[in-house]
Each structure stands twice: as structure tokens, then as C-alpha cells.
Design a protein around this ligand. Sequence first.
Ligand SMILES: *Cc1c(COP(=O)(O)O)cnc(C)c1O
Length: 384
Amino acid sequence: MSNFIPFTRPNFNQETIDAVAEVLRSGWVTSGPKLAEFESVLSTYFGGRPVRCFANGTATMKIALQVAGIGAGDEVITTPISWVATSNVVLSVGAKPVFVDIDPVTRNIDLHQVAAAITSKTRAIMPVYLAGLPVDMDQLYSIAKQNNLRVIEDAAQAFGSQWKGKKIGSFGDLVSFSFQANKNLTTVEGGCLVLNTEVEAKLAEKFRLQGLTRQGMDGMDVDVLGGKDNLTDVNAVIGLQQLKQLPAYQARRTFLAHQYFDAIRTELKSAGLENLKLELPVENFTDSNWHMFQVLLPLEQLNCDRGQVMTELKDLGIGTGVHYPAITGFTLYKNQGYKTSDTPIADRIGRSILTLPLFPGMADEDIGRVASGLVGILKKHCKN
Ligand SMILES: *Cc1c(COP(=O)(O)O)cnc(C)c1O
């Protein structure tokens, strides 16, 4: 269909395409000078903290766990509403994810419930900043400090978000970002980890490349089990270009997100649907990077399910997404004894959450088209 609005779309300008071509012609295409430059620019961006890049966000988080020494027998507290990578990496290092329910307003882990989940085996808290909205960072780090826990921030969606004027990643413990194609800053695939010390950064480098240590020109040894998780110069040069465009992207996302609040409320009002419990995201937090704009459908007031709403939106040329169903409902997790009923708010939100289109290249008038399309479909399916 022409004029289809996808839920997201990356943006690469001519300068980026030229920069990639230059790397390809240079003869050095895998990890090299552009990666070193990207890591150094990112380190400056994060206030001088050490930064290392990896092949994707999943590898970044796994290596964060390895750097923290988390493995068999350890427990990591996290949220059931995330991309499944968050808990998969915990399983992949042999540790156990412990799911805590979410806050219905922020849709992030409910920090008030974390204390009750801490056991003698708990080693870390792994919060996720869904749609780029951080948790209460003061509360997070005070819980971690009181209980002597590491924090591995899954900030995959939060590049450019801030807390009290400080960039996410510029403070805290281990902070992991993803540069996957849908993220606010992309290298096509990629990720970066912000660490505390150069010693930790060197350890991360080792895990990134087969556990290799080098001493001198021909001294080679392997002393830990590492993978093959390096980021290439082709990806790094895309990241360098994206960083230049980030402020403009951010301004555009923020503008469009605020247009959504107005447009949806106006449409609900003119449709006489003021009593419809369509829940919008947190509006008054100014430091979100607006990675996504997600509504909660009032399924109990509708005579159809989310899939039907998505199908009808698609028929109107509007793409949507589900980010995310509760991880505890997946077969792998159910087979390990996890139950969606243990985290009822996550269960409800996982079934009703809907991601509307939001990306810098969206036209102003697309917002009105999405809002009226959505409200029209909801009106049609309203029970009374
Ligand atoms: C994207 C994402 C990841 C994983 O990143 P990849 O680069 O796709 O491996 C992890 N957690 C969250 C919350 C994400 O959104």
C-alpha cells in the first residue's frame, strides 16, 4: 500500500552512505580505527566513562553480566515486560532471572517490589527503560547500595534519555545500549556498554573476542571463554554519523509525541469516548527520548482483541507493534516454572499494550491520521 506508515523506520542521510562507502573502499572493514573513534566519541558523550562496543545489544548485556562475574547459581532481578533478550542473557550465563511486577503507569519494574525479591543468591538488578523512560534512578541505586548488588541497566531503548539533567549512561554501574535498526541511534546492528573502570573495559574486550589476551607481538593466550561479538568499522561509522543527527532526531520525536497526546484526546472527545480507558504514556517526564509511543487498549470495554485493532489499523495503512508480551508467558519460561499470574500487572499490560508509529521521518499530518484511525476503530468496537 502506498503511503503506509510503519511503526518505525531508520533514517540514513547521504553523508552516512558516503561514510560507509569510504570504509568499504579503505580496505579495512572490520573492527579498526572507526570503532576506536566511535568508542572514544561515545566515552566523551558519557562524561568520560569507559565505553566498549559490541555486535549487538544482546551481546552487550551478556558481556556486562560476565564482567560483573554473574553465572551459575546467581539470581538477577528484572522485569517481565521487555524484549526477551533481557532475561535470555541471564539464562545464557547460567544465572536465574527473577521477575518483579511492573508499575502500571511507567510500565517499568516496580522498584517498591524489588526488596521482597532479594535472596542470598541475588547478585544484580537489571532494570529496563521501556520506550526510553528511565526508572527512578535515585531509588534504584539506593536499593542496590543497601543490598550490595550490581546494577546492569538494560538501557537498550534509552540512548539520549536523561535523569535529573544527566544522560542515562553518564552515571551508575554497567549501562548497556543497543544500536539495532529500530533504536533511536542505530549502527544497523550493534550495542555499547558503559563501564566503571579501564580494568573492567579490558575484561569486556576479552569477552568480546574469544577470551584472548595478548602479551607482546607474538604472545597469545586465552584464559576465559569469550565469544565473537566485535562491532565492525562499517557499523561504527554509521554510529558516528547518527550521533551528529541525534539532537535533531530527538527534537522531532519529542514534538511528535506531544502531538499524539493532543490528537488522541481531541479524537476521543469528538467521538464522545471520554469514558474509554485508553491509557497513554507518561506525559510530564521531560527527559524521555521517546523511543516509542505506546497506548494500553481498554480491552474490557471492547468486543475485539488487540490483533483485530492491529489488523484494522494495517488496513488503514498504519503499522503498529507489540512491545512486549510478558516474557513469563513464553514456552521456554513456562517450562522453567515461571507463571504470568505471578506478575498480574505485567500480564495485563503485555496483553493490551500497542506501539503506535513514531520516528523522526514521520510527517506532522501522520499523527492525526493515526489518532483518528485508532479512535475510529475503538468506537466501532466499543461494547456500549
Ligand atoms: C533492542 C533491545 C535489546 C537487544 O538489543 P539487540 O541489539 O537487538 O540485541 C535488549 N533489550 C531491550 C529492552 C531492547 O529493546
